[in-house]
Every structure is written in structure tokens, then in C-alpha cells.
Ligand binder design. Structure first.
Ligand code: PLP
Length: 485
């Protein structure tokens, strides 16, 4: 019997600080006042401020308990497909917190920022090498921002050639941010369908590619977790009509050190440092979406750019064809330190091993749950695998019911109802950092839930049973968000 992590046990109820407040209770002692006491001006504050009065222990327990209601990679498996929620080694945090990096000020000038500039330069070189491209910018703040930056470069490229185009081809397995980025650049999306085995067919692309189409955006591996193995042929078709190929590299965790996108026909690619290169993400925290380009698009890179002249590093802004600046200063520096620390500590072989393990783990999940959950595209996957609720529909159980029940077993649910090409999708990305034991626990939990779908569907429909709150009214939460607390 496999032991589940579970969620029962000590989950405290936590009242608001105001409810715990007792008049006169205090968490600290201030030195004796040596100035005259002056009441706050009434017109400034209205009433006296209603601040809770608490001991230090009250405050520490309150926030510690609230933090335990949260769930993250540090507390359990987080198999969220399309997100690469892997464990981030703590040494990266230590490096990013070093005084020299954390205290660096972007206005201190190149001559006083040599260490930071060198790190950015070296990180760009490493990412260029990993992806097989000529040059990299670290400015974009996230993946979608990287897409926007890349699409602006494609736009500038066509403008420079003297004739702007109006459309972009976007397959049904692209990430939702792709058409949004294309639209922001004024392009109209032309949606195309993948073939029966979940990947793009060259004929479909050649049927729509014309000289009014600026290019194609391809997520590879795609959002079904499948490698677009016709990418070279597709790139040739697009290039032959004067278009360019945008590669969404958010799924690079499957192919680091194995495939170089710059060598398979892609002209511009973004990476997500907060997915592949080990920066914690979620909660809207800062991210980083570097963009790599080949020779064709290099002149259009945003400024400033970091260059190395003999032994010094500096920012340059003289670049006549640049799309301009897309972030204040040079992007999110702390994320760059983490990514660089990760790349150095893993080494080339380590990065390739991480990708191989991510792929192995996803295929292990896929093979283990095949027959338990329906597998719409039954072929070897990359870093994630996509099931759906077709088998459970017979008992009126949906993907949502199963995802909610997983909470009782101590797992963050996988991605649900995405990608849109799969009805009732249940998309699992275990990542390379989960052990076989953890993955087995997850597989066992899904198997138990599938059994419950058959034997006790009513119970399953009311899940989660052990979480602090059960089913929330998600429509209400979206329509009438309570933003005041
Ligand atoms: C996450 C993701 C994005 C968007 O990246 P953000 O950093 O969230 O903006 C784009 N494409 C794919 C395939 C992704 O998985």
C-alpha cells in the first residue's frame, strides 16, 4: 500500500488579527519618549486608527499559520502542466541575495557594475549556446512579454523590407498568449489545426502561408507535450514565402542540451527563466523571458545591449534598427542571477540530464495511467502528458471533480481544461525533480480517484473533503472579487 501525503492533521483555523486583539497587548517595547506627545490630526485620519494590539507570539503564529495554508513546490508535488513547477535549488536564492548583487543599483553606472554586467553578458552567451542562436536579450519580464518583444522584431523586420504584412499563423496547440502577442503587434491570427497525431502537418501550413503572412508562432514542444517533428519542413515553407518563424520556448525544460531551436529553422525564440532555469514562479512574482535571435533579427534587438570590449562590459544603445527599450533598465536582475547560478551548477551535461529525466517522468506517468484515464494522443510525450475525463463521464464525473479530489490526497491538481484542443483535459507535468516514490504516490492517488468515480461518484462530486474550504463558487469569485480583505 502506497502511503499518501494526505492533508489531514494540524490545519489551524485562524481568526483575523482584530479578533485576537486585546487592548494594551503589545509586541515590542519602544525607548522612552523624549518628545512631547501630539495626537494625530483628526482631519488627517478621521477616527483613531483601528490597529490590532497583539503580542509577538500572536503575530508570529498568525502569519506562520497563514503561510501553511498555502501550497508550493516546497510543500508538495505540483504537477501543473504547461508551467514547469520544478524544485528550485536554494543555492540560487543564496547567490541572488549576495550583497553585491542584491544591493547593486542600476544607476550606479557601467564602471561600478562590472560584476553585474559580466553576469548578464555570460548568461546571454550561455542561453545563446543552449538554444543555438546568435544573440540574446534579457530585458523581457516574462514569457508573454518575450513573445511581444519577438513579434515586434518580426514586425520591424518586415517594415524594414518595405512591406508590412497583416497575418500570423497560429496552430491550435499554441499557448493562449501567442495570439494575444500577435494581436498587440497589429497582426490578425490565422488559426490552423494540428494533425490527428497532435502535431502540425506541413500541408496545413502551406495551405495558408502567403506573402501577406508575417510568419508563424510555434510552441515546441507544443501544449500537448508533443514535439513538433515537422518543424524544419514547416520553417522552409514559411521562409520560402518571406515569413519568419517564432518559437515559443517555454517548454524548453524537455529539450535542453538535446535540441537547439536555432538550428531547426526557428528565427526567434523566448525562454522562461522562471520555468526552465529554476526561478520560483507563481503569485505574479517577477519573471524573466529572454529572447534569442539568429542573424536575421539581431539588428532589431531591444536596447540597451550588453557588450564586452576587451575586459570591460558596458551597455550600448546605438543600434539603428532596434525596436527600442521594452523594460526599465535591463529587466529583472535577481532572476538572472538565479538562472546563471543554476546553469553553472548544472553544467551542460546536467541540463541535458534534467531534460531527459523530465521526459522520462512524464512518460512514466503516461504509461502508468493509460487505461485509467483516457489518453487522446497515445504516443511518446515530452515533459508533460495530457489525459481527459472520457472514461469517467460514464459516471458523470468530470476532470474538475478529480482535480478537486486530488487535494484530499495532498497534491496540487494538474492543469485542467487546457490545452483547449482536448475536451476535459487533465495535463500532468511531473518535472525532473520529483522522485519515483512521489510520482508513484500521485499515480496511486489518481487510480484511487478513478475507482471512486465508479464506486462512489456522489462522494467524489463533493470533494475536496479535507481542505479548509470545499467547492468555491468560482464564477462569483471572478465576477465579484473581494479586493478589500
Ligand atoms: C507559460 C507559458 C507562456 C507565458 O509565459 P509567462 O511567463 O507566464 O508570460 C507562453 N507559452 C507557453 C507555452 C507557456 O507555457
Amino acid at each position: 500500500m502506497i502511503q499518501q501525503p494526505g492533508t489531514s492533521g494540524l490545519i489551524f483555523n485562524e481568526p483575523m488579527l482584530w479578533e485576537k486583539s486585546r487592548m494594551g497587548r503589545c509586541a515590542m517595547s519602544l525607548p522612552k519618549r523624549d518628545v512631547e506627545r501630539k495626537p494625530l490630526e483628526a482631519d488627517l485620519t478621521g477616527d483613531e486608527p483601528n490597529l490590532p494590539e497583539l503580542s509577538e507570539l500572536d503575530v508570529v503564529r498568525h502569519y506562520t499559520r497563514l503561510s501553511q495554508w498555502n501550497f508550493g513546490v516546497d510543500s508538495g508535488m505540483y504537477p501543473l502542466g504547461s508551467c514547469t513547477m520544478k524544485y528550485n535549488p536554494k543555492t540560487n536564492e543564496v547567490q541572488a541575495a549576495r550583497q553585491g548583487f542584491a544591493g547593486a543599483h542600476p544607476l550606479s553606472g557601467d564602471e561600478f557594475s562590472q560584476g553585474a554586467l559580466k553576469l548578464m553578458y555570460n548568461l546571454e552567451q550561455s542561453l545563446a549556446k543552449i538554444t543555438g542562436f546568435q544573440a540574446v536579450t534579457l530585458q523581457p519580464a516574462a514569457g508573454a512579454h518575450g513573445e511581444f518583444c519577438g513579434m515586434l522584431m518580426i514586425h520591424a523586420y518586415h517594415a524594414k523590407k518595405g512591406r508590412q504584412r497583416s497575418k500570423i499563423i497560429i496552430p491550435d496547440t499554441a499557448h493562449g498568449t501567442n495570439p494575444a502577442s500577435a494581436s498587440l503587434c497589429g497582426y490578425e491570427s490565422v488559426n490552423i489545426k494540428s494533425g490527428p497525431d497532435g502535431i502540425l502537418e506541413p500541408e496545413t501550413v502551406s495551405a495558408v502561408m502567403d506573402e501577406d503572412t508575417a510568419g508563424i508562432m510555434v510552441t515546441n514542444p507544443n501544449t500537448l507535450g508533443l514535439f513538433e517533428s515537422n518543424i524544419k519542413e514547416i520553417a522552409e515553407i514559411v521562409h520560402s514565402k518571406g515569413g519568419l518563424v517564432y518559437g515559443d520556448g517555454a517548454n524548453m525544460n524537455a529539450i535542453m542540451g538535446i535540441v537547439k531551436p536555432g538550428e531547426i529553422g526557428i528565427d526567434v525564440l523566448h525562454l522562461n527563466l522562471h520555468k526552465t532555469f529554476s526561478t520560483p514562479h507563481g503569485g505574479g512574482g517577477p519573471g524573466s523571458g529572454p529572447v534569442a535571435v539568429g542573424k536575421t533579427l539581431e539588428p532589431f534587438l531591444p536596447v540597451p545591449r550588453v557588450i564586452k570590449a576587451f575586459d570591460t562590459y558596458k551597455f550600448i544603445t546605438d543600434s539603428p534598427d532596434t525596436i527600442g527599450r521594452i523594460h526599465t533598465f535591463y529587466g529583472h536582475f535577481g532572476i538572472m542571477v538565479r538562472a546563471y547560478a543554476y546553469i553553472l551548477s548544472m553544467g551542460a551535461e546536467g541540463l541535458a540530464d534534467a531534460s531527459k529525466l523530465a521526459v522520462l517522468n512524464a512518460n512514466y506517468v503516461k504509461a502508468s495511467l493509460k487505461g485509467i484515464l483516457n489518453l487522446p494522443y497515445d504516443k511518446p510525450c515530452m515533459h508533460e502528458c495530457v489525459f481527459n475525463d472520457k472514461f469517467q463521464k460514464e459516471y458523470h464525473i468530470t476532470t474538475m471533480d478529480m482535480a478537486k479530489r486530488l487535494l484530499d490526497y495532498g497534491f496540487h491538481p494538474p492543469t485542467v481544461y487546457f490545452p483547449l484542443v482536448v475536451d476535459g483535459a487533465f495535463m500532468v507535468e511531473p518535472t525532473e525533480t520529483e522522485s519515483k516514490e512521489n510520482i508513484d504516490q500521485f499515480i496511486q492517488a489518481v487510480k484511487s480517484i478513478a475507482l471512486e468515480a465508479k464506486n462512489d461518484p456522489e462522494k467524489l462530486k463533493k470533494a475536496p473533503h479535507l481542505a479548509k474550504l470545499t467547492r468555491l463558487d468560482e464564477v462569483m469569485a471572478a465576477r465579484k472579487p473581494c479586493l478589500k480583505g
